[in-house]
Ligand binder design. Structure first.
Ligand code: PLP
Length: 235
């Protein structure tokens, strides 16, 4: 497929997603500016991902550290990279300088490693805690009950700022089945915010993918992670 044709397709898909985002915001009385579209580029090439900044999208997400490193080296530095998949601790050192936000902190051990490395690199780092809120999809993430005891660990952090929670809903044909998962994440966030007080601002809820982002926005998502709705067939 010639570049111009591919770019036109991607532009059309972005406009379609944008229309649906706006409609979901309107239905739920939210401001469009409060929801960031993160384009998940994991199935597409660096060449195609590089069209996104030209189309006004600067928030890009990858679920594998090596692929994030690869694309980050090729794309303009105006891109804000989101790490959305499992991050092994031996990949923290190299990943940290490249990312704007890590959505997928799934253990206290990883949180401690990130704090140590951020201190060593003398920088601050924004992260979200991944929660297994549906109880079924993911092998990664904090169990909801576990989350009730993490406040003391968060209070100790000096370089890492916890900015909210992330989850994935179980894939389903019946969208209403996602709603309880997203609602649970919001409630867990509110609870943890209450425990943490003003020291950490947990404003972000990263939830919603191509199949379910409208329900997620209705339930309070501030970051939606969209891959296939943009890149299916473009690679
Ligand atoms: C792949 C992926 C997405 C995007 O999923 P689509 O259904 O393709 O939109 C979102 N979040 C995570 C963690 C992913 O791995």
């Amino acid at each position: 497929m010639p570049d111009e044709q591919g770019k036109a397709i991607l532009g059309d898909r972005l406009r379609a997603v944008e229309d649906r985002l706006q409609a979901a915001c309107q239905r739920s009385g939210r401001a469009r500016a409060d929801v960031t579209l993160t384009a998940v580029t994991k199935t597409t090439s660096a060449e195609i991902a590089a069209w996104l900044p030209d189309l006004g999208i600067f928030d890009l997400g990858e679920n594998r550290p090596q692929e994030l490193w690869h694309k980050a080296a090729l794309l303009p530095t105006s891109v804000r990279w989101h790490m959305i998949g499992h991050l092994q601790r031996n990949k923290v050192e190299k990943t940290l300088p490249l990312v704007g936000l890590i959505h997928s902190v799934d253990s206290l051990r990883l949180l401690a490693t990130l704090e140590e490395e951020a201190a060593r690199q003398q920088r601050s780092l924004d992260v979200l805690l991944e929660v297994n809120a549906s109880g079924e999809v993911s092998k990664h993430g904090f169990a909801p009950l576990e989350l009730a005891s993490v406040a003391p660990d968060i209070h100790k952090l000096q370089h890492v700022r916890v900015r909210g929670l992330m989850t994935m809903a179980a894939p389903t044909d019946d969208l209403e089945r996602c709603r309880p998962t997203f609602r649970t994440l919001r409630q867990l966030r509110d609870q943890l915010q209450h425990e943490l007080g003003a020291a950490h601002d947990l404003r972000h809820l990263s939830m919603g993918m191509s199949g379910d982002f409208e329900v997620a926005v209705e339930e309070g998502a501030t970051l939606v992670r969209i891959g296939s709705a943009l890149f299916e067939g473009l690679s």
